[in-house]
Ligand binder design. Structure first.
Ligand code: GTP
Ligand code: 5AD
Ligand code: SF4
Ligand code: SF4
Length: 422
């Protein structure tokens, strides 16, 4: 299998990506493993882009026209799909690839995710047909929002084809299924328009810093922040609205970025959410003392801008949302450590090889692949998912709090975030 490396700025990423599955970035010649002198994909002009230029463009981005509706799928709900704690199944988070071109220190630390790391083989990944088949079963059971995740989902070749298919799904009541995507933004500038044309509704971009040095340090492959900001702008201009920005805050690493990020995205329509650093999968450096709590982040913002709680909150929202009192937009806080939200958790996750996880911190999974064969009726798959969901009693984040209160030091191995998405 031919392998190639991607370079970011002056650095060459040491992480080869399988040739047949990975989209070629569109900003320069693909560097090769052996070419240590490779010209960077990002010519310096990218890193020199004045972020304030992108900022003004972002503020005046216009929404694209709405996309046409697809065919209806009115297959009725099988039967009530609620888990042992009475939580319905509403969101599917579908990972399309477990690889990423970043090595964020809190998610895929370099020391663990080396080039020898046993990533899923491309042959074990579900095809788009299988993913669509699977998504249909989830929709029949009550799912009305599908989030495409990774690793980095835009590394999966022809992702637009999957989005086109998913965008045609309708709930049993005939409503659109909301299709969203979480991305690190590195390939978004080139892809925003085609994603939107394929039927993607909205996008969430991870952005942990506006300071280029801090950003490069956190993604640990030297990727310049200006390129991600260009992606955010392109997404807004393409009408992928609202664009959301997710900022994981790690104490001692990037709390200095909270106010600059909040300021930067005010009056742009972009909704920033500050996320507490979690003890998930790859986060080897996690310790409670490294969590910068949402309350602290909110207080910091309130030292400069008055906030008021947004009342239009859905029960299963991960974020507590606030609006700026001066009408400059809204901002959210995701407090999985300090204020767990397991009680309203309606999310199922499926890895790119077809394993269903009922919690972000689950250790076990249900392999759905055997039910994806052509000869099998969709009914069998839906029944399998239903049975698993009915048996669900996960509430890891709440239990983490209980364990901390009783002084338990026990550490639970959890699934990798890069396998099941954020
Ligand atoms: P919206 O539909 O835009 O509200 O998206 P979302 O907040 O449901 O999903 P997103 O991927 O933006 O989630 C943001 C972050 O919240 C993730 O990257 C995680 O850090 C955290 N998060 C999301 N879902 C869960 C969850 O079920 N449990 C926990 N503990 N954290 C979660
Ligand atoms: N804590 C909180 N969020 C995390 N993510 C990855 N690792 C962590 C962690 N340790 C989430 C971030 C990122 C998304 C892809 O996954 O929100 O934006
Ligand atoms: Fe990649 Fe997102 Fe994990 Fe960073 S947080 S390593 S961008 S999957
Ligand atoms: Fe849901 Fe598990 Fe996260 Fe709790 S810890 S909100 S149950 S995914």
């Amino acid at each position: 299998m031919g392998e190639r490396l991607y370079s970011f700025g002056a650095l060459v990423s040491p992480y080869p990506l399988p040739h047949e599955s990975v989209e070629q970035p569109e900003f320069g010649a693909a560097p090769h493993v052996a070419q240590a002198e490779t010209k960077p994909l990002f010519a310096m002009k990218h890193t020199e882009v004045d972020v304030s230029t992108i900022h003004s463009a972002l503020r005046s981005a216009h929404a694209a026209p709405p996309i046409a509706s697809g065919e209806a799928d009115s297959t009725p709900l099988l039967s009530e799909c609620t888990d042992k704690l009475g939580r319905p199944l509403k969101d599917l988070r579908l990972s399309v690839i477990d690889q990423c071109n970043f090595r964020c220190t809190y998610c895929m630390p370099k020391e663990v995710f080396t080039k020898d790391y046993p990533f899923l083989r491309s042959a074990s990944r579900l095809s788009f047909e299988q993913m669509t088949f699977l998504a249909k079963a989830f929709v029949r059971l009550g799912v009305d929002k599908i989030r495409i995740t990774g690793g980095e989902p835009l590394l999966r070749k022809d992702l637009e084809t999957l989005i086109e298919r998913l965008a045609c799904l309708r709930t049993p009541e005939g409503k659109d299924v909301e299709i969203a995507l979480t991305t690190n933004g590195s390939l978004l500038a080139a892809k925003a328009r085609s994603l939107r044309d394929a039927g993607l509704r909205r996008v969430t971009v991870s952005l942990d810093s506006l300071d280029d040095a801090v950003f490069r340090r956190m993604n640990d492959v030297g990727f310049p922040v200006a390129r991600v900001l260009e992606g955010i702008h392109a997404a807004a201009a393409a009408g992928l609205s609202p664009v959301k920005v997710n900022t994981v805050v790690e104490r001692g690493v990037n709390e200095s970025q909270i106010l600059p990020i909040a300021r930067y995205f005010r009056n742009t329509g972009v909704v920033v959410r500050f996320i507490e650093f979690m003890d998930v999968g790859g986060a080897a450096s996690w310790a409670r003392k490294n969590v910068f709590t949402s309350d602290d982040a909110r207080r910091l913002i309130e030292s400069e801008f008055a906030l008021q709680p947004l009342l239009t909150q859905r029960a299963n929202d991960t974020a507590r949302n606030f609006e700026y009192a001066d009408g400059a937009g809204s901002v959210g806080f995701i407090s999985s450590v300090s204020q767990p939200f397991c009680g309203d958790c309606t999310r199922a996750r499926v890895s790119s090889d077809g394993k269903m996880f009922t919690c972000l911190f689950a250790t076990g999974s249900l392999d759905l692949k055997p039910w994806l064969g052509e000869a099998l009726a969709p009914e069998a798959l839906a029944q399998e998912i239903l049975a698993r969901w009915r048996d669900r009693d996960d509430r890891y984040s709440e239990l983490r709090g209980v364990r901390a209160r009783v002084g338990s030091k026990k550490v639970y191995p959890t699934v990798r975030m890069s396998l099941v998405g954020g």
